[in-house]
Design a protein around this ligand. Structure first.
Ligand SMILES: Cc1cc2nc3c(=O)[nH]c(=O)nc-3n(C[C@H](O)[C@H](O)[C@H](O)COP(=O)(O)OP(=O)(O)OC[C@H]3O[C@@H](n4cnc5c(N)ncnc54)[C@H](O)[C@@H]3O)c2cc1C
Length: 306
């Protein structure tokens, strides 16, 4: 029996683990990936909005976090496959057959990028279907590209690619872009960017590399094909909450509902970071929520012992 099991080693889970250790709680941190850090591993821009640290990218900040927790007493297992979680019993079963139990569970599983689920998306990943304009800018330079999405991330990526690509086609299913005004105005000013509203990417075409896309537009009878050599999809994120579905209160998109102490609808089960923060996900918020959950758990355990 552990005092605390934390699922997910992004900023929220790492902060929770650091604080649990600081407060003398016997803690096990479980991470499905080979590396800790969560989304930080896919931030290629400088991070200057996390107070106290300026990092040239997410990995650099992750390395600072990793150094800070390296000498701590808590156990951390990576490449762990959690098979089931019984939240009421606070029991975690691993694919390896191991059964774990804790007095409190902290869910810190974060979010993942939404996929379109169209033919070619998975097959051509890394072969023209790219993840980040910043990271893949040089790779896409000189190519015609298609960006899918209508929010800030899609607009920002389209603008970055417009610096190096002859044409950028932004495909958005809504009637108007959701991106902030500044981005929308800059998109209008870029002659190489074409915006297709009320349009859908139906298929990514190509054998070994991206060669084109098939797009359908509202009011058009048939989809049309367009030659592009790069595709970037930025249509938002979704929470990693499948393991907990049906056991816990969540909103219509699956984000876990918590109170001011980060506690969920199940007693002694907490949720921290992006998985319970659809409105304002940040590294600072994730770290703060991890600290809050740890302090609440420690206070409860101490008052139970007294
Ligand atoms: C491109 C980009 C740029 C960003 N820029 C900024 C910025 O400038 N400033 C800022 O404040 N924020 C930024 N963010 C957001 C920030 O990265 C997140 O708010 C933060 O990482 C959330 O931390 P988290 O721990 O809640 O979740 P995550 O970082 O998503 O970590 C969750 C972890 O849980 C693990 N996990 C999931 N399911 C399981 C499971 N079943 N079992 C075990 N482990 C599991 C995942 O593998 C992952 O390691 C950016 C994000 C992106 C993608």
């Amino acid at each position: 029996m552990h005092d605390v099991i934390i699922i997910g080693a992004g900023p929220a889970g790492l902060s929770a683990a650091l604080w649990c250790d600081e407060l003398g709680l016997e803690t096990l941190l479980l991470e499905q990936g080979a590396e800790i850090g969560g989304q930080l591993l896919s931030v290629y821009n400088p991070i200057g909005n996390y107070l106290g640290v300026e990092a040239s990218n997410g990995r650099e900040l992750r390395d600072i976090f990793a150094r800070q927790v390296a000498d701590r007493e808590f156990d951390m297992w990576t490449e762990v496959e959690v098979e089931t979680v019984d939240l009421r019993a606070r029991r975690v079963a691993l694919r390896s057959g191991e059964q774990l139990q804790a007095i409190a569970v902290i869910i810190a599983t974060g979010v993942r990028r939404r996929r379109l689920g169209v033919p070619g998306e998975a097959e051509l990943a890394g072969r023209g279907v790219v993840e980040s304009a910043t990271r893949d800018r040089e790779l896409l330079a000189g190519r015609d590209v298609c960006v899918v999405g209508g929010g800030d991330a899609a607009a920002e990526n389209a603008l970055i690619l417009a610096e190096v690509c002859p044409t950028v086609t932004l495909v958005h299913r809504g009637e108007s872009l959701r991106a902030r005004r500044e981005f929308v105005e800059r998109l209008r000013g870029e002659h190489c960017i074409t915006v297709f509203k009320e349009a859908r990417l139906e298929r990514i075409i190509g054998e070994s590399e991206v060669e084109g896309v098939e797009i359908s537009r509202a009011g058009a009878l048939k989809p049309f094909q367009m030659a592009v050599q790069g595709v970037l999809i930025r249509i938002g994120v979704e929470p990693n909450t499948e393991l907990f579905r049906g056991q816990i209160n969540a909103d219509e998109r699956g984000y876990i509902v918590v109170n001011g102490e980060q506690e969920t609808s199940v007693e002694n089960v907490f949720a921290v970071g992006d998985v319970s923060n659809p409105l304002a996900p940040t590294i600072s918020g994730a770290c703060g929520a991890g600290a809050t959950a740890a302090k609440v758990i420690a206070a409860r355990l101490n008052s139970a012992k007294a």
